[in-house]
Design a protein around this ligand. Structure first.
Ligand SMILES: NC(=O)c1ccc[n+]([C@@H]2O[C@H](COP(=O)([O-])OP(=O)(O)OC[C@H]3O[C@@H](n4cnc5c(N)ncnc54)[C@H](OP(=O)(O)O)[C@@H]3O)[C@@H](O)[C@H]2O)c1
Length: 407
């Protein structure tokens, strides 16, 4: 990757982004003041890229930390690159700006450096960030994300954000934006889960071909927050291969995991609320992995996704993983009709194939998407063909979270 002396990379709109960013998501159990303190430390150590989000609920604290570091002369506002994210309950085009303005107000900023669509799944608008029905099922919304994107473009034109991008988009969703008639601005980047166990090589190749940067989150294997992460998944930083490479360079596995992404041309995020580790992570610029070691780390890929932001309704997941079950779930909320349609078709497909021929699922999904009642640009959660087990045998229960994707 080509970065300048400030460790910045040029994006497709001409603006620059620091190649390593400090993450500010903190689990509910952690006091928000820790996030504020750690953000100050990150700036003191030299990090200039801060990754936040409306839904993290920490923008006030992060804003205070940045302002304190501006007031004490450590940095100026223009030295800081702050990323904010559009919450899923604000996807309707008329709501996009209000989400942004709420973030700006909390941060006490006039503009964001980067504003990205957090996930390509729309939820029912309203004060509740995770709207649920009486059965505890998420209530989705039907939004054409191309219109959401136009509202993002309008935020840039209004001078409220310098750059715009997306997060958790797959290739098809990126193409949907890129092929939009009258597209004014391309996304500058796509922020996705990416680490040696899920190296996203295909998505990276696609993004590079379109001059879109890939940005890695969970690059250290995530915070392993019990709310989101299956605790039985392997701990990335305890991987023996990563450990052996780290030893060879006299660095930590965390530094090797961060450096791996930089050398692939990926902007990388990390979160730490520990001063020693924040300081350690700044050394990522001080060493270089050999081509051979990069290849060895590539070989660790096992398409293991730690974070399952939104899962398909449980009965659908269960049914896919155990296709011999015949009963149809009947408790979808009216807002989930499209999911129900998907269920009907999937169920038929599995029946026709005796639950065995899952390899044709990608084709089946594309046929489902082409049906008029599931218009392709809408943000309905669908199964990622990549994640569907390719053999006839259903994935084991332990694999369930990783075998089902939300888009
Ligand atoms: N767009 C999205 O949907 C999305 C999703 C997830 C995350 N993100 C963003 O990406 C950021 C980073 O991802 P993440 O929060 O999932 O976690 P991460 O960066 O993969 O891992 C964080 C964990 O690694 C530990 N750690 C940090 N440096 C270390 C070191 N040098 N040695 C050993 N352990 C170290 C931290 O512990 P301590 O804190 O105890 O030091 C923390 O528990 C988030 O904060 C958020 O801003 C975005």
């Amino acid at each position: 990757m080509e970065f300048d002396k400030d460790h910045c990379i040029k994006m497709n709109d001409g603006n620059k982004i620091p190649a390593v960013g400090f993450g500010t998501y903190s689990p509910d159990a952690v006091q928000k003041s820790k996030c504020e303190e750690a953000t100050k430390v990150a700036i003191e150590v030299g990090f200039r890229h801060i990754d936040g989000a409306f839904v993290y609920g920490t923008e006030e604290e992060v804003g205070r930390a940045i302002h304190e570091k501006i007031e004490d002369g450590t940095v100026k506002r223009e030295d800081i690159f702050y990323t904010g994210k559009l919450g899923s309950t604000f996807h309707r085009p008329e709501l996009v700006r209000s989400c942004l303005e709420q973030s700006l107000k909390k941060l006490k900023f006039d503009y964001l450096d980067l504003f990205i669509i957090h996930i390509p799944v729309s939820l029912k608008p309203g004060p509740d960030l995770s709207p649920m029905d009486e059965n505890g099922k998420l209530i989705f919304d039907i939004v054409d994300l191309r219109q959401t994107w136009e509202a993002m473009e309008a935020c840039k034109d209004a001078g409220l954000v310098k750059s715009i991008g997306v997060s958790n988009f797959n290739r098809r969703q990126l193409e949907m934006i890129l092929n939009k008639p009258g597209l004014k601005y391309k996304p500058v980047l796509n922020q996705v889960e990416c680490h040696p166990y899920l190296n996203q090589s295909k998505l990276l190749t696609f993004c590079k071909s379109k001059d879109i940067l890939l940005e890695a989150y969970c690059a250290l294997g995530s915070q392993r927050d019990k709310m989101w992460i299956d605790q039985s998944t392997p701990v990335l930083l305890e991987d023996p291969v990563l450990g052996a490479i780290a030893k060879k360079y006299n660095q930590s596995p965390a530094l090797v995991a961060l450096r791996y992404q930089l050398q692939r041309g990926i902007v990388v995020l990390f979160k730490s609320f520990t001063r020693k580790r924040i300081e350690e992570n700044f050394q990522v610029f001080d060493f270089q992995l050999s081509e051979e070691d990069m290849k060895t780390i590539d070989g660790l890929n096992k398409n293991l996704r730690y974070l399952n932001l939104i899962q398909l309704p449980t009965p659908l997941s269960t049914r896919l993983l155990n296709p011999t079950t015949k009963t149809r779930p009947k408790h979808y909320s009216p807002q989930e009709t499209r999911t129900q349609d998907l269920w009907t078709t999937l169920s038929f497909h599995l029946k026709m194939n005796n639950g065995k021929n899952t390899s044709s699922i990608p084709d089946f999904i594309s046929r489902v998407r082409n049906q008029t009642h599931i218009s392709s640009p809408c943000s309905i959660p669908v199964i990622s063909p990549r994640e569907v087990p390719s053999s006839g045998s259903p994935a084991s229960a332990g694999d369930s979270k990783r075998s089902i994707l939300y888009f």
